[in-house]
Design a protein around this ligand. Structure first.
Ligand code: SF4
Ligand code: FES
Length: 252
Protein backbone atom coordinates (compact mmCIF):
# COMPACT_ATOMS: atom_id res chain seq x y z
CA UNK A 1 0.00 0.00 0.00
CA UNK A 2 1.34 3.40 -0.99
CA UNK A 3 1.16 6.62 1.00
CA UNK A 4 1.69 9.85 -0.88
CA UNK A 5 2.59 12.52 1.66
CA UNK A 6 2.98 16.24 1.18
CA UNK A 7 6.27 17.46 2.59
CA UNK A 8 7.48 20.95 3.45
CA UNK A 9 10.86 21.96 4.82
CA UNK A 10 10.37 25.68 5.35
CA UNK A 11 11.47 26.50 1.81
CA UNK A 12 9.72 24.23 -0.64
CA UNK A 13 6.99 21.61 -0.75
CA UNK A 14 6.86 18.33 -2.63
CA UNK A 15 5.24 14.88 -2.43
CA UNK A 16 7.03 11.72 -1.23
CA UNK A 17 5.62 8.26 -1.79
CA UNK A 18 6.18 5.51 0.81
CA UNK A 19 5.33 1.83 0.72
CA UNK A 20 3.56 0.83 3.96
CA UNK A 21 3.18 -2.75 5.25
CA UNK A 22 -0.50 -3.02 6.17
CA UNK A 23 -1.34 -4.29 9.65
CA UNK A 24 -4.82 -5.33 10.78
CA UNK A 25 -6.94 -2.34 11.93
CA UNK A 26 -4.15 0.07 11.08
CA UNK A 27 -4.97 3.77 11.39
CA UNK A 28 -3.42 6.45 9.21
CA UNK A 29 -1.52 7.64 12.31
CA UNK A 30 -0.02 4.16 12.76
CA UNK A 31 0.99 4.14 9.09
CA UNK A 32 2.74 7.48 9.64
CA UNK A 33 4.58 5.99 12.66
CA UNK A 34 5.69 3.05 10.51
CA UNK A 35 7.04 5.42 7.83
CA UNK A 36 8.79 7.54 10.47
CA UNK A 37 10.30 4.50 12.25
CA UNK A 38 11.39 2.52 9.21
CA UNK A 39 11.86 4.86 6.27
CA UNK A 40 12.13 8.54 7.09
CA UNK A 41 12.73 9.77 10.62
CA UNK A 42 12.36 13.36 9.46
CA UNK A 43 8.65 13.03 8.64
CA UNK A 44 6.87 15.50 10.93
CA UNK A 45 3.30 15.20 12.20
CA UNK A 46 1.47 16.04 15.40
CA UNK A 47 -0.36 13.64 17.72
CA UNK A 48 -0.90 13.02 21.41
CA UNK A 49 -3.76 10.85 22.67
CA UNK A 50 -4.07 8.43 19.70
CA UNK A 51 -7.72 8.05 20.66
CA UNK A 52 -9.67 10.93 19.01
CA UNK A 53 -9.61 12.99 22.19
CA UNK A 54 -6.86 15.61 21.91
CA UNK A 55 -7.54 16.76 18.34
CA UNK A 56 -3.82 17.08 17.51
CA UNK A 57 -3.70 14.78 14.50
CA UNK A 58 -6.08 16.73 12.24
CA UNK A 59 -4.98 16.58 8.61
CA UNK A 60 -6.24 16.26 5.05
CA UNK A 61 -6.51 12.57 4.19
CA UNK A 62 -7.64 11.68 0.69
CA UNK A 63 -8.77 15.29 0.32
CA UNK A 64 -11.02 15.10 3.39
CA UNK A 65 -10.39 16.76 6.76
CA UNK A 66 -9.94 13.85 9.18
CA UNK A 67 -8.24 12.77 12.41
CA UNK A 68 -5.34 10.46 11.49
CA UNK A 69 -5.77 8.35 14.63
CA UNK A 70 -9.44 7.76 13.92
CA UNK A 71 -9.15 7.00 10.21
CA UNK A 72 -8.75 3.31 9.39
CA UNK A 73 -6.52 2.66 6.40
CA UNK A 74 -8.75 -0.22 5.23
CA UNK A 75 -11.77 2.09 5.05
CA UNK A 76 -10.16 4.66 2.77
CA UNK A 77 -7.98 2.50 0.52
CA UNK A 78 -9.01 3.03 -3.09
CA UNK A 79 -11.75 5.52 -2.27
CA UNK A 80 -12.66 8.08 -4.90
CA UNK A 81 -13.27 11.43 -3.30
CA UNK A 82 -14.89 14.41 -4.96
CA UNK A 83 -14.34 17.53 -2.93
CA UNK A 84 -15.11 21.19 -3.41
CA UNK A 85 -11.83 22.94 -2.80
CA UNK A 86 -12.36 25.96 -0.54
CA UNK A 87 -9.44 27.87 -2.05
CA UNK A 88 -10.02 31.13 -3.85
CA UNK A 89 -13.24 32.98 -4.55
CA UNK A 90 -14.57 30.24 -6.83
CA UNK A 91 -15.21 26.75 -5.42
CA UNK A 92 -13.28 24.24 -7.50
CA UNK A 93 -14.28 20.54 -7.62
CA UNK A 94 -11.32 18.18 -7.14
CA UNK A 95 -11.39 14.44 -7.74
CA UNK A 96 -8.98 12.23 -5.83
CA UNK A 97 -8.38 9.06 -7.81
CA UNK A 98 -5.92 6.16 -7.59
CA UNK A 99 -5.21 3.71 -4.79
CA UNK A 100 -2.52 5.74 -3.03
CA UNK A 101 -3.53 7.24 0.27
CA UNK A 102 -2.96 10.95 -0.01
CA UNK A 103 -1.97 12.80 3.18
CA UNK A 104 -1.64 16.58 3.31
CA UNK A 105 -1.59 19.21 6.06
CA UNK A 106 -4.82 20.80 7.25
CA UNK A 107 -5.82 23.63 4.88
CA UNK A 108 -6.35 27.28 5.87
CA UNK A 109 -3.40 27.34 8.29
CA UNK A 110 0.27 27.99 7.58
CA UNK A 111 2.41 24.88 7.30
CA UNK A 112 5.39 24.75 9.66
CA UNK A 113 6.82 21.41 8.55
CA UNK A 114 5.32 18.51 6.57
CA UNK A 115 1.93 17.79 8.21
CA UNK A 116 2.32 20.25 11.07
CA UNK A 117 0.41 23.51 10.77
CA UNK A 118 0.54 26.63 12.90
CA UNK A 119 -2.63 26.52 15.05
CA UNK A 120 -2.06 30.00 16.53
CA UNK A 121 -4.66 31.82 14.35
CA UNK A 122 -7.23 29.12 15.19
CA UNK A 123 -6.71 29.55 18.95
CA UNK A 124 -6.54 33.34 18.63
CA UNK A 125 -10.08 33.32 17.21
CA UNK A 126 -11.14 30.98 20.00
CA UNK A 127 -9.82 33.44 22.60
CA UNK A 128 -11.46 36.38 20.81
CA UNK A 129 -14.97 35.08 21.53
CA UNK A 130 -14.03 34.67 25.23
CA UNK A 131 -15.69 31.28 25.69
CA UNK A 132 -15.99 30.94 29.43
CA UNK A 133 -18.04 31.88 32.45
CA UNK A 134 -17.41 35.22 34.08
CA UNK A 135 -17.58 36.10 37.74
CA UNK A 136 -21.27 36.91 37.98
CA UNK A 137 -22.44 33.80 36.09
CA UNK A 138 -24.35 31.31 38.20
CA UNK A 139 -22.00 28.54 37.08
CA UNK A 140 -19.33 30.03 39.27
CA UNK A 141 -21.56 29.04 42.20
CA UNK A 142 -22.33 25.58 40.77
CA UNK A 143 -25.95 26.32 39.87
CA UNK A 144 -28.14 23.35 38.95
CA UNK A 145 -29.29 22.82 35.35
CA UNK A 146 -32.23 20.78 34.08
CA UNK A 147 -31.50 17.82 31.78
CA UNK A 148 -33.14 19.74 28.92
CA UNK A 149 -30.87 22.72 29.47
CA UNK A 150 -27.82 20.45 29.58
CA UNK A 151 -28.87 18.85 26.29
CA UNK A 152 -28.98 22.28 24.62
CA UNK A 153 -25.26 22.86 25.20
CA UNK A 154 -23.89 19.32 25.45
CA UNK A 155 -23.30 18.79 21.76
CA UNK A 156 -21.32 22.03 21.54
CA UNK A 157 -19.30 21.19 24.65
CA UNK A 158 -18.12 18.02 22.86
CA UNK A 159 -15.73 20.04 20.67
CA UNK A 160 -12.09 18.91 21.02
CA UNK A 161 -10.66 21.93 19.18
CA UNK A 162 -9.11 19.80 16.47
CA UNK A 163 -9.58 22.47 13.80
CA UNK A 164 -10.97 20.10 11.15
CA UNK A 165 -13.97 22.40 10.66
CA UNK A 166 -11.66 25.38 10.26
CA UNK A 167 -9.64 23.48 7.66
CA UNK A 168 -12.80 22.67 5.72
CA UNK A 169 -14.39 26.12 5.88
CA UNK A 170 -14.54 28.14 2.63
CA UNK A 171 -15.06 31.36 4.60
CA UNK A 172 -11.88 30.74 6.65
CA UNK A 173 -10.04 30.07 3.37
CA UNK A 174 -10.79 33.49 1.95
CA UNK A 175 -10.97 35.54 5.18
CA UNK A 176 -8.21 34.82 7.68
CA UNK A 177 -9.80 37.13 10.26
CA UNK A 178 -13.01 35.08 10.26
CA UNK A 179 -13.64 33.71 13.74
CA UNK A 180 -14.42 30.33 12.21
CA UNK A 181 -16.82 27.50 13.00
CA UNK A 182 -15.14 26.11 16.13
CA UNK A 183 -14.86 29.46 17.92
CA UNK A 184 -18.49 30.28 17.08
CA UNK A 185 -19.67 26.85 18.25
CA UNK A 186 -17.82 27.38 21.55
CA UNK A 187 -19.32 30.85 21.85
CA UNK A 188 -22.79 29.33 21.42
CA UNK A 189 -21.99 26.66 24.00
CA UNK A 190 -21.83 29.48 26.57
CA UNK A 191 -24.46 31.77 25.09
CA UNK A 192 -27.06 28.97 25.17
CA UNK A 193 -26.14 28.01 28.74
CA UNK A 194 -28.87 29.08 31.17
CA UNK A 195 -26.20 30.08 33.73
CA UNK A 196 -24.38 32.44 31.36
CA UNK A 197 -25.26 36.07 31.98
CA UNK A 198 -23.15 38.11 29.52
CA UNK A 199 -25.37 37.31 26.54
CA UNK A 200 -25.49 40.81 24.99
CA UNK A 201 -21.70 41.10 25.19
CA UNK A 202 -21.33 37.73 23.47
CA UNK A 203 -23.75 38.80 20.71
CA UNK A 204 -21.66 41.93 20.14
CA UNK A 205 -18.49 39.84 19.83
CA UNK A 206 -19.88 37.56 17.13
CA UNK A 207 -21.98 40.21 15.31
CA UNK A 208 -19.27 41.23 12.84
CA UNK A 209 -18.25 40.91 9.20
CA UNK A 210 -15.59 38.50 10.40
CA UNK A 211 -18.06 36.84 12.79
CA UNK A 212 -21.31 35.06 12.03
CA UNK A 213 -21.95 37.12 8.89
CA UNK A 214 -18.93 35.60 7.13
CA UNK A 215 -20.41 32.10 7.18
CA UNK A 216 -21.45 30.66 3.80
CA UNK A 217 -23.86 28.21 5.52
CA UNK A 218 -22.60 25.33 3.40
CA UNK A 219 -22.27 22.93 6.36
CA UNK A 220 -18.73 21.76 5.47
CA UNK A 221 -17.84 22.10 9.18
CA UNK A 222 -20.73 19.87 10.24
CA UNK A 223 -19.76 17.29 7.61
CA UNK A 224 -16.16 16.88 8.85
CA UNK A 225 -16.58 17.22 12.63
CA UNK A 226 -15.48 13.98 14.36
CA UNK A 227 -17.58 14.81 17.43
CA UNK A 228 -20.85 15.68 15.69
CA UNK A 229 -20.70 19.30 16.79
CA UNK A 230 -22.96 21.39 14.50
CA UNK A 231 -21.18 24.80 14.23
CA UNK A 232 -23.52 25.98 11.46
CA UNK A 233 -26.51 25.58 13.79
CA UNK A 234 -24.70 27.71 16.36
CA UNK A 235 -24.05 30.36 13.72
CA UNK A 236 -27.65 30.44 12.47
CA UNK A 237 -28.78 30.49 16.11
CA UNK A 238 -26.64 33.58 16.70
CA UNK A 239 -27.98 35.23 13.53
CA UNK A 240 -31.56 34.77 14.76
CA UNK A 241 -30.65 36.21 18.18
CA UNK A 242 -28.84 39.19 16.63
CA UNK A 243 -31.86 40.02 14.44
CA UNK A 244 -34.17 39.81 17.45
CA UNK A 245 -31.80 41.95 19.50
CA UNK A 246 -31.67 44.61 16.77
CA UNK A 247 -35.46 44.64 16.39
CA UNK A 248 -35.87 44.98 20.13
CA UNK A 249 -33.48 47.93 20.26
CA UNK A 250 -34.65 49.61 17.04
CA UNK A 251 -36.92 52.18 18.62
CA UNK A 252 -35.07 52.69 21.87
S1 SF4 B 1 -16.35 21.79 16.03
FE1 SF4 B 1 -15.76 19.64 15.55
S2 SF4 B 1 -14.31 19.84 13.83
FE2 SF4 B 1 -14.49 21.87 14.77
S3 SF4 B 1 -12.78 21.99 16.24
FE3 SF4 B 1 -14.60 21.26 17.37
S4 SF4 B 1 -14.46 19.00 17.27
FE4 SF4 B 1 -13.07 19.79 15.71
S1 FES C 1 -3.87 11.83 18.41
FE1 FES C 1 -5.36 12.81 19.68
S2 FES C 1 -7.04 13.07 18.35
FE2 FES C 1 -5.66 11.93 17.14
Amino acid sequence: MKFKIKRYNGEKSWFDTFEVKPVSHMSVLEALFQIQDEQDGTLAFRYSCRGAVCGSCAMLINKKQRLACRTQVSEITGERVLTISPYGPIAKPELKTGDDILVEPLPNLTVIKDLIVDMKPFFKHYEEVMPGFVDDDQAVNEAMMSQDDVRKVDKYAACILCGLCYGACPAAARERDYLGPAALAKAWRFYADTRYRSKDEMLKRVDAKTGVWACDTVYRCVEVCPKQVPPTNAITGFIRKIILYRMKHLFR
